[in-house]
Design a protein around this ligand. Structure first.
Ligand code: ADP
Ligand code: ASP
Ligand code: MG
Length: 424
């Protein structure tokens, strides 16, 4: 008997028929003798719908703590509906099942509304239910802070809920069921020739997620790494009654071992991110401390900076660019125009929201030279201009015009032979 956590995403929970299917699959695992904890997301489109309602009443948006608190209050209801429906569907399958919201468990988080971090999970109640033979259904995406405010974990956060629960309970495995049958070389919606990876190393998965691949929320991968949670991504669209042993081996395993086979692929995957924007300060004095004078206030305003570039100086002046999340773009521009720009005597502040970041990822890059130049050549052959470059041991990222994103991803996928069958 094992303790297994299943996570089902929005599409997998998208209708009562699909919820019934989820229940049948979970029932199969429970009847095979496993203790089951299930973490569903809101039904597909529901979180967007709920946040859209809030937007109607507060068109200007903003990020005041008061507004953010209410957004969490609203968004968390999507998952509350899901857990109730799934528990009913499980009961209809003849199982004993009980549902909990995040605060009922409780899943304790910090108070950063709309992007809260899980601090601890009290598993006493869940364990008691499991011992009594119940399937426990826990709402993904949500928690509660010290003051009893409902919080949410950021978009895609149900992945993190599931892995954190698996970590807290020392589950034998966490299975992330979704609308694709595993982790692909890139998003199959953009490149139909993308191939499923049988395994991906934890480090590569971490990079892919942090570089924008939405298949797993980055924090879920971080949790898996920190607590060594065995993690697998697989399809919820296979027939629910397929052989359980076959199902347990399907999809993509996030592996903590770097075996020889994985070393063979220099580049394992391509990630892209449309959520960033670029800001530039033109004509700032090129002197010690300037980067700190610019980025210090940006950090103080709680704006995350990603790629940074500073040009060589001419006449003692230089241009300084960096990227931020698009949600922070307006605040970043305002800060630069009103405060930072005048303080560092910048000639001008420029902004560009129509950029994207495309990245190649692979642990094989550690031991191979010329990978980045191959990337740049593939992009130049398509006439794509590179605006910024950032590299680390196992990835190279470029910032380009958003309108070339799909072209760039396809060209790179081909250039690195990712559409060819490689050793699994
Ligand atoms: P869920 O609702 O189950 O959490 P998501 O929409 O969050 O599902 O994530 C699954 C989607 O991630 C897929 O439908 C696919 O379009 C996208 N995706 C992005 N990158 C990849 C990748 N490398 N491999 C597989 N799917 C990817
Ligand atoms: N329902 C949330 C979202 O749409 C959380 C999730 O699906 O993981 O972002
Ligand atoms: Mg998701």
């Amino acid at each position: 008997m094992a303790l297994i956590v299943h996570k089902y995403g929005g599409t997998s929970m998208g209708s009562t028929d699909r919820i019934r299917n989820v229940a049948k699959r979970v029932a199969k695992w429970a009847r095979a003798g496993h203790q089951m904890v299930v973490v569903p997301s809101a039904m597909s489109g529901e979180t967007n719908r709920l946040l859209g309602l809030a937007k109607e009443l507060s068109p200007a948006g903003g990020s005041t703590p008061e507004l953010m608190r209410e957004l969490d209050m609203i968004a968390a209801t999507g998952e509350q509906v899901s857990v109730g429906l799934l528990a009913i569907a499980l009961q209809a399958e003849g199982l004993e099942a009980v549902s909990y919201t995040g605060w009922q468990v409780p899943v304790q988080t910090d108070s950063s509304h709309t992007k809260a971090r899980i601090e601890s999970i009290d598993d006493a109640k869940v364990r008691a239910d499991l011992s009594a033979g119940r399937v426990v259904v826990i709402a993904g995406f949500q928690g509660v802070d010290e003051e009893q405010n409902i919080t949410t974990l950021g978009r895609g956060g149900s992945d993190t809920s599931a892995v954190a629960i698996a970590a807290a309970m020392k589950a034998d495995e966490c299975l992330i069921y979704t609308d694709v049958d595993g982790v692909y070389t890139t998003d199959p919606r953009i490149v139909p020739e993308a191939r499923r990876l049988h395994t991906i190393s934890f480090e590569e998965m971490l990079e892919m997620a942090s570089l924008g691949s939405k298949i797993l929320q980055i924090r879920s991968v971080e949790f898996a790494g920190k607590y060594r949670v065995p993690l697998r991504v697989l399809s919820s669209f296979t027939p629910w009654d397929i052989d359980i042993n076959e199902e347990a081996k399907s999809g993509t395993l996030i592996s903590f071992e770097e075996d020889e086979k994985m070393e063979q692929a220099v580049v394992s995957g391509i990630a892209f991110n449309r959520d960033e924007a670029k800001v530039t300060l033109l004509g700032v004095p090129d002197k010690p401390g300037i980067a700190f004078q610019i980025l210090g206030p940006v950090a103080e305003a709680n704006i995350d900076v990603d790629v940074i570039i500073q040009n060589v100086s001419q006449d003692g002046k230089t241009d300084f660019s960096f990227t931020v999340h698009r949600n922070d773009y307006a605040r970043a521009i305002e800060l630069l125009e009103k405060t930072v720009g005048p303080a560092v005597q910048a000639a001008k502040v420029l902004g560009d929201q129509r950029i994207c970041k495309v990245s190649i990822v692979g642990i094989g890059m550690r031991s191979h030279v010329g990978v980045a130049s191959k990337m740049f050549r593939a992009l130049s052959e398509e006439g794509i201009n590179i605006q910024m470059i950032s590299t680390s041991e196992i990835k190279t990222s470029v910032v380009i015009d958003e309108k070339y994103m799909e072209l760039a991803v396809r060209a790179l996928h081909k250039a690195f032979d990712l559409d060819q069958d490689q050793a699994a």
